[in-house]
Ligand binder design. Structure first.
Ligand SMILES: NC(=O)c1ccc[n+]([C@@H]2O[C@H](COP(=O)([O-])OP(=O)(O)OC[C@H]3O[C@@H](n4cnc5c(N)ncnc54)[C@H](O)[C@@H]3O)[C@@H](O)[C@H]2O)c1
Length: 277
C-alpha cells in the first residue's frame, strides 16, 4: 500500500524505534508503524536483518533507517538513539521487541545461557527505555513505549525457564516504568502475542512444521487448543500496537493488551470448541 493511500495515518510525524526487527513480528510491527505514518528505525543484533526490514519499508515508500546494535550494549544503544534524533529531530515511540529464544529448563540450562536470555529481554528493555525516555523528556516530555510480552509471561511453561521468567518480569517493568514516566507524559504499555504463524511463506512453513511436531510429540498443541481455526499472524498485532502508540489510548498506561485469540482466557482443562476466523 502506498503511503498516500494508507487509510490510517494516526502516527503521522512520529518517529519510532523497533528492536529485534526480524522478518517475523518485529519487521511486521515496523511496517505497521510506517503505514500509520511514523518514520521507523529498525534495530537488530544481526545487521543483515535490520537492513532487510528497513529495505522492506523503504521499498514500500516509507521513511526508515537500519540500526544494527546489541540492545544489551549501553554505549552502542546510546549512539543509536542519538542517530535517530540526529536524523529526525525527535523520538516518540519505542517498541521493546528483541528476543533470544533458547528453550531449556532450570535443570539443564547453564547459568550463562539463562543470564544472556534474561539480559536481552529485560536488560535490553531497561537500557532502551532509559535512553529513549531520556530523549523523550529532553525533547517534549511525551511518548509511548510498548513492551512485547508473550502468553508465556502469564503462565508457567516447563523447559522454557529463561524466557517465561524474563517475559513475566516485563509485566511489572511495564507497570513500574509507567508510574515513573507518567509525570513526563510518557505512557508505557505491553502487548501480549502468542504462538504466531509468520507472514513470510518459507518461515511460515518452518513454524507450522515445528508446531506440528510439538503436537504430534504430545508436548504442546498450539493450533488445537487455540479457540480459533487459525493462529495469529504478525499482521494481527499491528492495529493493537498502533492503538497503544497513538493518542487513542491516551488514558492507558501500565497495562497490557493481549492478542492471543483468547488462548489465555480458556478454562485450563477445557478443550475449546473452535470458531472460523
Ligand atoms: N513468534 C512467536 O510465536 C511469539 C509468540 C509470543 C511472543 N513473541 C514475542 O514477539 C517478539 C518477536 O518475536 P519473533 O518471533 O518475531 O522473534 P524473532 O526471533 O523472529 O526476532 C527477534 C529478533 O531479535 C534479535 N535480537 C536477539 N538478540 C538481540 C540483541 N541483543 N539486540 C538486538 N536484537 C536482538 C534477533 O536477531 C531477531 O532478529 C518477541 O518479543 C517474542 O518474545 C513471539
Amino acid at each position: 500500500m502506498s503511503p498516500a493511500a494508507s487509510p490510517d495515518r494516526r502516527l503521522a510525524g512520529k518517529v519510532a524505534l523497533v528492536t529485534g526487527a526480524s522478518a517475523n513480528i518485529g519487521g511486521a510491527l515496523a511496517l505497521g508503524l510506517a503505514q500509520a505514518g511514523a518514520a521507523v528505525a529498525c534495530n537488530d543484533l544481526i545487521p543483515a536483518t535490520a537492513t532487510a526490514s528497513t529495505a522492506r519499508l523503504v521499498e514500500a515508500g516509507y521513511d526508515a533507517m537500519a540500526l544494527p546494535f546489541d540492545v544489551t550494549d549501553h554505549d552502542a544503544a546510546a549512539a543509536a538513539v542519538n542517530q535517530v534524533v540526529d536524523r529526525w529531530g525527535h523520538i516518540d515511540i519505542l517498541v521493546n521487541n528483541a528476543v533470544k529464544f533458547d528453550q531449556a529448563g532450570v535443570l539443564d540450562m547453564t547459568v550463562e545461557r539463562f543470564r544472556r536470555q534474561v539480559d536481552i529481554i529485560v536488560g535490553g528493555a531497561f537500557i532502551m527505555t532509559k535512553l529513549v525516555a531520556t530523549a523523550m523528556i529532553e525533547q517534549s516530555g511525551r511518548g509511548a513505549i510498548v513492551n512485547i510480552l508473550s502468553t508465556a509471561a502469564w503462565q508457567g511453561q516447563a523447559g522454557n525457564v529463561g524466557y517465561s521468567t524474563a517475559k513475566s518480569a516485563m509485566i511489572n517493568f511495564t507497570r513500574s516504568v509507567a508510574m515513573e514516566l507518567a509525570p513526563h507524559g510518557i505512557r508505557v504499555n505491553a502487548l501480549t502475542p502468542t504462538a504466531t504463524i509468520p507472514d513470510e511463506p518459507a518461515l511460515a512453513a518452518r513454524t507450522q512444521a515445528a508446531f506440528d511436531s510439538l503436537a504430534s510429540a504430545g508436548r504442546m498443541d498450539f493450533a488445537g487448543l487455540n479457540p480459533w481455526e487459525r493462529l495469529p499472524t504478525p499482521a494481527d498485532y499491528v492495529a493493537p500496537l498502533v492503538f497503544l502508540c497513538s493518542e487513542d489510548s491516551a488514558m492507558m498506561t501500565g497495562t497490557n493488551l493481549t492478542v492471543d485469540g483468547g488462548a489465555l482466557a480458556r478454562y485450563w482443562p477445557q478443550i475449546p470448541a473452535r470458531g472460523p476466523r
